[in-house]
Design a protein around this ligand. Structure first.
Ligand code: DOR
Ligand code: ZN
Length: 405
């Protein structure tokens, strides 16, 4: 493939280039390559080209909760939003806490995903550290819930937590407030890299700052909803009081602003959506935590760029480069020679309203309907293949990304 007239960021400079892609990888950047009739030409029309988004935090619900989402609908929503790789969380049914359950999930996904993907393995209160250890090379990290959330995956006992940390290659935690500090202590003691999911409070940032100063390998993630929405939004109508419930809950506007700064200045390292689809009927019937968002994360985060809260190079780091680095995906996350040709073409001037009718997630709603997007995803390319272009989808060529690849 030859991509023409692409606006890319090199360092802090914007440059216009043509890009040669062969065997699914970026091969050469330059100008005026000879057009070869055998090569597919994609004209980027002077729009920005960004590395494909890597969403390290999604709940795609396969298997067990496929009325909410499944691997096909979820990966299609991802690709529409420019997400070329997502990591799926283990609170499915069966939960991904045994090698057998991992294999079952893997078989369902095979040939049935629009986007590339990888899986987390879950730690359990029954101390499954032996299974955790066996799954190390086949999963991105062990996920441990240190607070109550959707599913039944809370682990409370210190000795068991320590066993699971020790058996893991790296650990991702759902930890809130003091539990953030507890997770950091465990990471320090067991010398394991720690990924703190969905940081939502200004005071949690202090724990991360301290840990980074002490050279503990710790990374912080923030979700778009903890940046854009607050408890004021949640409390504004009777419906939003139910729909905008999530774990961790939305916080104050002051927390929103502190998180934006921490993201730009390096205390937080990634944006992950915590895409947690539930049907509105389910949310109305009973208190249910989580909201869908994988398909609008880039279009929303670009608003941060427009409002001067996030630079474009930093957006590329926190949405693509850092997730790849932290989780050891060697060929992903950058527009550079030798990397997988995963990229997104965006229209920086399209600030159209996010509409109900456009939603692809089976959950069929979004907290962002009615808001203006910061940009529009025009085209998504996965390993050199156009998988989404102006409303039309390509084939389901998504593959599992494994550690040893
Ligand atoms: O709000 C949430 N929903 N937080 C979680 O930690 C889990 C998620 C879900 O799976 O629904
Ligand atoms: Zn989650």
């Amino acid at each position: 493939m030859l991509v023409k007239n692409a606006k890319i960021i090199m360092g802090t400079e914007e440059v216009l280039v043509d890009i040669l892609i062969e065997n699914g990888r970026f091969v050469k950047f330059g100008k005026d390559f000879v057009e070869n009739s055998q090569k597919e030409v994609l004209d980027a029309n002077f729009h920005y080209i960004l590395p494909g988004i890597i969403d390290a935090h999604t709940h795609m619900r396969t298997p067990g909760f496929t009325q909410k989402e499944d691997n096909i609908s979820g990966s299609k929503a991802a690709i529409r939003g420019g997400v070329t790789t997502f990591f799926d969380m283990p609170n499915t049914n069966p939960a991904t806490v045994t090698l057998e359950a991992l294999e079952e999930k893997r078989n369902i996904y095979k040939g049935n995903s629009y986007s590339d993907y990888a899986f987390y393995f879950g730690g359990t209160r029954f101390d499954n550290h032996e299974e955790v250890e066996k799954a190390i090379d086949e999963t991105v990290a062990t996920k441990i819930f240190l607070n109550v959330s959707t599913g039944d995956m809370l682990v409370e006992e210190d000795a068991i937590l320590e066993n699971i940390f020790k058996a893991s290659k790296r650990v991702a935690v759902h930890a809130e407030e003091e539990m953030v500090s507890k997770a950091i202590q465990l990471a320090r003691k067991t010398k394991k890299p720690l990924y703190l999911c969905h940081i939502s409070l200004e005071k949690e940032l202090e724990y991360i700052r301290e840990a980074k100063e002490m050279d503990v390998e710790v990374y912080g993630e923030v979700t778009p909803h903890h940046l854009f929405l607050s408890e004021e939004d949640r409390e504004s109508t009777e419906e939003s009081k139910l729909f905008l419930r999530t774990k961790p809950e939305l916080k104050t506007k002051q927390d929103n602003e502190a998180l934006w700064k921490a993201l730009q200045y390096g205390i937080l390292d990634t944006v992950g959506t915590d895409h947690a689809p539930h049907l509105l009927e389910e949310k109305k019937a009973k208190l249910t935590f989580g909201m869908p968002s994988v398909e609008h994360s880039l279009e929303m985060m670009w608003k941060g760029v427009k409002e001067g809260k996030l630079s474009i190079p930093r957006l590329q780091e926190v949405m693509s480069e850092n997730p790849a680095k932290i989780f050891g995906l060697k060929k992903k996350g950058k527009i550079a020679v030798g990397y997988d040709a995963d990229f997104v073409i965006i229209d920086d001037g399209d600030h159209s309203e996010i509409r109900q009718e456009e939603i692809i997630s089976k959950a069929a709603w979004s907290p962002y309907v009615g808001q203006k997007r910061g940009c529009k995803v025009l085209t998504t390319v996965l390993r050199g293949n156009i998988v989404y272009h102006e409303g039309k989808f390509g084939k389901k060529i998504g593959k599992e990304i494994l550690k040893h690849e």
